[in-house]
Design a protein around this ligand. Structure first.
Ligand code: IFM
Length: 452
């Protein structure tokens, strides 16, 4: 069986992490542009000012994608490049950049997949309350309308929000990301509700103004759960834990059901509502109707998972990792099983075709004396994870896999200290070198998993 013939093998990036050119082409400022200028906010005082200079070098990058045989490229649009103030005046130069990128991809036989929001909240919108302001749903909808009007003659695949768990949780609970605030829990729940309303409004606008039938999805993240054994009770334990309420209220955004149940089912999960009742904003039927505007596909970013078994008292419990458990350079555990069980549990619950919208690892990559970048750990990681993904592909409707990332880039608060790319980037010279893993991935794509 293996992967379907038309399985989409791709790679992903996001605007601020790769584009650079922050003061060019009429771009407005977003919260990261401002945040990274203060000492201590990003590793080594790094900023995304130059990043991979993708804004100027996208043709070279698309040529590398073609060499790799990528079928698709998932990139995000910087809201503040298109609408410098977040609303109102459209910046034609910004539109032109994305439009040229789309043309270049199509000429190279690579399908563009657009993400509308990968964390570049326009600073002007932030000043108006950002996610706290209920009007943000309309503002985001207007932005989605412009994208539909300008790009949907050529782009038919869209994801609305990338990882709301992070752009609310890391930004307003744990203060690790821009704008680096710790807000009261009530505010964070209101923000999550408004972000979901914005998602729904964008779906409505994309549908209404799309120039062809569009495939629209959403791209949340979370730690997956996988069973310790194939026994039905362990499988059930992993399933239950995946959709359960997180233990730590101060890290409450790190879960699946709060963010996905309302989008698919039109209501928040009951257990969560009971636990969080005292913090919740007013939630109307009209809100829920917008939030659950039907989507076509379900995107999920998956990097790792927790091993779970059914405990003695019939309660799911985490199986502790042994000492020396494999981990990536950024210290995330290596758990390939998450790419089998994650999509399987998500499909069972949400019954939507699934894309893995991000998966990958950071390694201590460097250029060797032969001028190449040897990254055997990444190849092994990918082979292990994609083998597990193949099991899911044989069990559920799985449409595609986007490796994170196409190239080394600005890893938010970690600056350039983490390398997630298939392509090595020398941030001094902007030279690109395809890593060994890029050649391995090219072969994997060519054989549709035949080299696994
Ligand atoms: O680089 C990030 C990306 O922006 C969102 N998902 C996780 C990646 C690795 O941390």
């Amino acid at each position: 069986m293996g992967f379907a013939k038309d399985f989409v093998w791709g790679a992903a990036t996001s605007a601020y992490q790769v584009e650079g050119a922050v003061n060019e082409g009429g771009k407005g400022k977003h919260i990261w542009d401002i945040y990274v200028k203060e000492p201590g906010h990003a590793y080594g005082g790094h900023t995304g000012d130059m990043a991979c200079d993708h804004y100027h070098r996208f043709k070279e990058d698309v040529a590398l994608m073609k060499e790799m045989g990528l079928k698709a490229y998932r990139f995000s649009i910087d809201w503040s490049r298109v609408l410098p103030a977040g609303t109102g005046r459209v910046n034609e130069e910004g539109i032109k950049f994305y439009s040229d990128l789309v043309d270049c991809l199509i000429e190279s036989g690579i399908e563009p997949y657009v993400t509308l929001f990968h964390w570049e909240l326009p600073y002007e919108i932030y000043k108006r309350g950002g996610w706290l302001n209920p009007d943000i749903a309309e503002w985001f909808g207007e932005y989605a309308k412009i994208i539909a009007e300008r790009l949907s003659d050529r782009v038919s695949h869209y994801f609305t929000l990338n990882e709301p768990q992070c752009f609310i949780g890391l930004s307003y609970l744990t203060k690790e990301h821009a704008p680096g605030l710790k807000l009261p829990l009530n505010d964070t729940f209101l923000m999550s509700h408004n972000a979901l309303r914005a998602h729904g409004r964008a779906v409505q606008m994309l549908r209404e103004y799309g120039k062809q039938p569009l495939t629209i999805g959403y791209a949340p993240t979370a730690t997956m759960c996988y069973p310790e054994t194939d026994k039905s009770e362990d499988i059930e334990a992993a399933r239950q834990m995946l959709f359960s309420v997180p233990q730590d209220i101060n890290n409450w955004t790190w879960n699946v059901a709060w963010w996905s149940d309302p989008v698919i089912f039109g209501h928040y999960p009951e257990e969560f509502v009971k636990s969080y009742e005292s913090y919740l904003p007013e939630i109307t039927d009209e809100d829920m109707k917008i939030i659950s505007e039907p989507i076509d596909v379900y995107g999920q970013n998956i990097y790792n998972g927790k091993c779970v078994r059914m405990g003695e008292g019939g309660k799911p419990e985490i199986v502790e990792r042994y000492e020396g458990f494999p981990k990536t350079a950024i210290d995330w555990p290596v758990t390939p099983e998450c790419l089998h069980w994650g999509p399987r549990f998500l499909y069972e619950r949400y019954k939507k075709p699934i894309y893995i919208t991000e998966n990958g690892m950071s390694c201590h990559d460097m250029v060797s004396s032969d001028g190449k970048v040897h990254d055997p750990n990444r190849i092994d990681f990918m082979a292990g994870y994609i083998k597990e993904l193949r099991k899911a592909a044989e069990e559920v409707d799985l449409r595609g896999y986007f490796h994170w990332s196409l190239m080394d880039n600005f890893e938010w608060a970690k600056g350039y200290s983490e390398r997630f790319g298939l392509i090595y980037v020398n941030f001094k010279t902007q030279e690109r070198i395809m890593k060994d893993s890029a050649y391995w991935y090219a072969d994997m794509i060519k054989t549709n998993g035949g080299n696994l």
